[in-house]
Design a protein around this ligand. Structure first.
Ligand code: 9MR
Ligand code: 9MR
Length: 607
């Protein structure tokens, strides 16, 4: 059916609702319900690009066969579509019908209306529809900055004083060395708070920085002009890089200059209460060094060094110091290859007990391969490649804080053309694997009740499940960059749609963005600042049937175990390693909307 855009051909939406019902007495009721907002229609609450696939998911059983796209006052029907057959979700008892209106290409603001059910939130069709989310996701990091006040002109109503200064941080007994005995102090200011808590963890900073530096390397032209209203916005360095440099400088302070090893974290002994940052004056510690932390810093600093070469004038010495730090970290790891950060073991030996996040990774192959790949691409020293090849696995897996090998693959693929010929051949195999990895995700969408890549298996719903959705999107974007096949962009977009509302919970998981976004994240400033709205631009962890926080949940199935409650750190905390793939995905989609364009065909017809 064609779009009815000419005014004289428009039908009254209310009449259309009623045509579906034979009994005239129902006419009035149905008109009313059509005018009521329903949360049963899940969609990207921001909207859709004009030429992109457009899908809303109607949840629950309905006798309606059709849906309508109407003006926001529900008066004028501009499009009529047929709802799909009912589908049963694999990840909960939710039943769905798909409303696919991809062929509707009118710009403006609309709602989806289903007879007998009501209408959706207002959404837009046009250009740059996800830009607010993309920019907010980057700005989220500014709000996480540790040792500086957030001024009102950048932070709006979430302005606050500086948090932890971290200029006097104790060497914990687990971290003691000859040059730095237990109880002596170092300075380790700046960086971002990890999450809803007030500690700073190198392992989690590793994947976070790598993901966003990769976003920059893949879309540098786009980021070079993107502004996020931060204190550095008027200098000659792109805002995204300035934000990353804020955390990078902190990471560098976590390296022991005496031996190149890197402390696992800068932390309180135990979690602060739900108060504003810096209110408690509990002592801060750096704890034992570890291979994961040290190799993560090696990887990040090698990548930073390569990127910041362009800014030697603006950032004198930084690129060079990063490379030095990276190589020294690498050498420390070679000398201490089995140094694991095991908090339980450490607590058996030393005081005070450290009970904040562990990020205790025991398997280092992926950190070796990632650090090696970054150092290889930056220095072109082939010996690093050999270490990479020795440690990499045969199959690809989605990145997580404990598994970073895919970041190595991305980097090698990004720079294939600059690599020696024999390495290029090897990298061709990685390309094949990555495209297969992406194709496998795509092949599952047809059977998914939400028509998203996310949700092909209940196992995807773990602590921080939303980062899985975003990281899958990155796999697809990389498949697009390698093949230039636009279908990968369309499928990546299904996961951005997921995060912005097309999911079983119906929430937009990014604070401050969307009609029904999370309001009560487990995030100390959002709880304690007295402002009704949570700090914006932060991605909630998402559905996690583990319920490790023992909060009260309304639902208990994999894709619905989510509570928008501040007690729920297992489903509704925010974290830097979850925001970063969101930043990559949302900004990649924005960067590609014009360049790649879309076919405008229905998603199902895109195979
Ligand atoms: O606030 C902490 C959060 O950042 C962590 O992810 C979570 C799991 O380690 O722990 C939270 O802190 C809770 C602690 O574990 C138990 N007592 C209550 C704390 C605040 O809710
Ligand atoms: O993201 C981490 C998740 O994979 C773990 O299962 C969980 C429990 O150890 O910890 C998560 O990380 C938290 C960290 O330990 C402390 N800061 C908040 C992080 C997000 O909840």
């Amino acid at each position: 059916m064609k779009t009815r855009s000419k005014p004289h051909r428009r039908l009254r939406a209310s009449m259309l609702q009623c045509f579906n019902f034979i009994i005239p007495g129902l006419l009035f009721c149905n008109t009313l319900s059509a005018q009521m907002l329903t949360e049963r229609i899940k969609l990207n609450q921001l909207g859709f690009y004009t030429n992109a696939p457009k899908i809303a998911i109607v949840t629950g059983t309905t006798s309606a066969a059709a849906f309508y796209i109407t003006t926001t006052n529900i008066r004028d029907t501009l499009y009529r579509g047929t709802l799909s057959e009912e589908m049963q979700s694999k990840n909960s008892s939710t039943k769905t019908r798909v409303a696919d209106f991809s062929e509707f290409r009118k710009k403006g603001s609309f709602v989806v209306s289903v007879p007998g059910m009501g209408h959706s939130y207002v959404f837009k069709i046009g250009d740059k529809v996800n830009l607010d989310a993309a920019v907010a996701g980057i700005k989220g990091y500014y709000y996480q900055r540790v040792s500086m006040p957030l001024e009102e002109k950048y932070a709006g109503k979430w302005h606050r004083s500086a948090g932890h200064p971290d200029t006097e941080v104790f060497i914990h007994p687990s971290a003691a060395s000859n040059e730095r005995p237990a109880g002596t102090k170092i300075s380790s200011p700046g960086g971002w708070y990890d999450a809803g808590d007030y500690n700073k963890y190198i392992v989690n900073s590793g994947i976070t920085m790598g993901t966003m530096f990769s976003a920059y390397e893949d879309f540098s032209k786009y980021f070079d002009t993107l502004k996020t209203n931060i204190p550095e916005s008027n200098d000659a360095v792109p805002d995204l890089l300035n934000e990353l440099i804020y955390n990078l400088r902190w990471m560098l302070t976590m390296q022991d200059p005496n031996d190149g090893g890197v402390y696992n974290k800068c932390t309180n002994a135990s979690f602060d209460g739900m108060v504003m940052p810096g209110v408690t004056k509990a002592p801060r510690y750096v704890v034992q060094k570890g291979v994961a932390a040290t190799l993560d810093l090696a990887a990040v600093a090698a990548q930073a060094s390569r990127i910041l070469q362009k800014y030697k004038k603006q950032l004198p010495g930084l690129s060079d110091s990063c490379l030095k730090a990276s190589v020294r970290a690498w050498q420390w790891a070679l000398k201490n290859p089995s140094m694991e950060y095991n908090q339980n073991e450490i607590n058996k030996k030393y005081q005070p007990q450290i009970t904040t996040g562990g990020y205790g990774d025991r398997l280092f192959n992926d950190e070796w391969s990632w650090a090696a790949a970054e150092l290889f691409v930056t220095t072109k020293d082939k010996s690093y490649y050999d270490v990479y090849a020795k440690h990499r696995k045969d199959s690809l897996s989605l990145p997580s804080w404990a598994g970073v090998e895919l970041l190595a693959s991305y980097t090698l693929l990004r720079f294939t053309k600059t690599l020696p010929v024999d390495v290029q051949k090897d990298v061709q195999l990685i390309k094949q694997k990555l495209v297969q990895f992406a194709d496998r995700y795509i092949s599952n969408v047809g059977g998914n009740a939400f028509k998203t890549v996310m949700g092909q298996s209940p196992r995807e719903f773990n602590w921080g499940s939303n980062s899985n959705a975003a990281n899958q999107g990155i796999v697809l974007i990389n498949a697009y960059l390698l093949t230039k096949d636009k279908k990968y962009v369309d499928y990546a977009l299904t996961n951005l749609d997921y995060l912005m509302g097309r999911n079983a919970t119906g929430y937009s998981f990014l604070s401050g963005v969307g009609s029904k976004s999370i309001m009560h994240p487990h995030h100390r400033p959002s709880v304690a600042d007295g402002v009704t709205e949570p700090v914006p631009g932060l991605l909630s962890g998402g559905p996690n049937p583990g319920k490790q926080d023992k909060c009260e949940y309304e639902f208990a199935e994999p894709e619905t175990t989510f509570a928008d409650l501040d007690c729920s750190y297992a489903s509704n905390e925010i974290a830097i390693n979850w925001n970063s793939p969101f930043v990559y995905l949302s900004n990649a989609i924005e960067a590609l909307q014009g360049e790649a364009g879309y076919s405008g065909k229905k998603l199902e017809d895109r195979k």
